[in-house]
Design a protein around this ligand. Sequence first.
Ligand code: ATP
Ligand code: MG
Length: 579
Amino acid sequence: MRWSSTFIPTLKEDPADAEVISHKLLVRAGMIRQVSRGIYNYLPLALKAIRKIEAIVRQEMDRAGAQELLLPIVSPAELWQESGRWDVYGKELFRLKDRHERDFSLGPTHEEVITDLVRKVVRSYRELPINLYQIQIKLRDEVRPRFGLMRGREFIMKDAYSFHTDMEDCRREYEKMFDTYKKIFTRCGLKFRPVEAETGAIGGSLSHEFQVLASSGEDALVSCNSCDYAANVMKAEVRPQDAADRDPAQVSPSLKKVATPEKKTVQEVADFLGIPAEKFIKTLVYKIDGSEFVAVLVRGDHELNELKLQAALNCREAVLADETQVQQAAGVPTGSLGPIGLKLRLIADQAIQGIRGAVAGANVRDAHYVEVDQKRDFTPSLTADLRLASAGDLCPRCGRGTLETHRGIEVGQIFYLGKKYSEAMGATYLDAEGRERPIEMGCYGIGITRLLAAAIEQNHDANGIVWPLSIAPVQVLLLPINYKDKAIREACDRLYENLLQCGVEALLDDRDERPGVKFKDADLIGIPLRVTIGAKALERGCVELRRRREGTTEEVPVEEAHKKIYSLIKTALAPGERQ
Ligand code: ATP
Ligand code: MG
């Protein structure tokens, strides 16, 4: 590739709407341009990096025995109605009508389409197991598309679906995909962590996400400092032991109502009364599945995990009520809510159980109760683990270590689905005895374009992108100081040809630009190896080889440069490719 004839529209300034570094650099390096919110053009350099990631994914999926196919982006509403997701997927599902007014969707994921295919084709246990994958554009009308390629409305995903006769076989494939994902992300040069995860709109009962660790990550993760427990904070369990002070011998002083004028938040009341937040009972009113209002109780220093609340109540939706709704449902202003005498069903986090000497709203304006004793003063109708895990919590798995928190970018997720889709859509097989049984399923996704952005979040410096070699758009950049100079041009062209012949991907910056501009652009687009061809070194028969990541430079004889580069690349890429 010659730069002068390649479409690399670099920019000097960060785009105004870009908040994270990968978004800024992808635009500035001339790799992407926005078409509409969350919808991008991938320009040649980005596409090259995307194709590299896809090649790694394909190679490892094929090695694991999966087979590639391609499903349509558009699918009929009937399939989604069969699984029940036409109604529950909500606004994230792009919907459209054809000329006959029939409903269709643009695929956000493909469980329905593939289950339909398999139920029509697979008859017997002899045809199972099977693992089918595709690499394709996905569409999701995200509420908040942002951060460039990290959360788009249109993005590229690898999605795989496996079908099995029984749960054990499906779990075996899950483990295999787990290992395959570790290989893929390692080969892509990422620092990542598999974590236990919630299953969201996809469903199923067991799931892991693969999180690229980065401060800009949208996900909060916890991990144990003593064992290998790690989970998305939305999934992380909290040990019941850290609940309350339960000394049965102690007798509580009687309940007292105190004035707390104009004090509303836990912190305001805590400061006013001089009592720490962990002694507070926070009361939150939630609207459940659009109808019933319930009061949810968590300790003042804890935060509610809404997914745990939904699971505990077995509901689809739990929405925090606004002030008007609270007033209507409970007859109490928000800042004064408390469990004692409240006319709503009480749902308590386990840390509320047995709490004593606590503070809670008195259900009248500007007053709180102190010396609240849960057992004596109120009885929740349900007590469960409802709060978000946080740093310092005891590990729910080993009970010895404590939890640390991290930020992560979810680049992949695997799910054990069981019979969720096969039962809803009637995907069955005949076992050896001729009995009809539902197929067991798993599914496995990787966000290809999100991975590209995540790689930049983890690999950049003040001057630009620092591509991991395995996914760099090209491996070597040739930078002639002055391409018009005959000696330089000839040396440069010869090296370029030699590199191509060795199978090395090279980009030759043949532009008539000042060296300063070329060096800046070289750093910006982040090619791992840069060869500078200048008059002085060339007089000694040498060129300068610079490694972008290490920042090291060395002089190399021009005639041997291609061999040196070839062997550097071969050694660096070999471990992954040989696996
Ligand atoms: P998130 O929780 O970030 O919304 P998700 O859990 O809904 O993602 P999955 O259904 O698990 O996503 O999709 C598989 C993979 O596709 C994700 O792990 C992620 O890498 C990628 N992905 C999902 N949504 C987007 C998006 N809006 N933009 C880019 N990539 C995405
Ligand atoms: Mg996910």
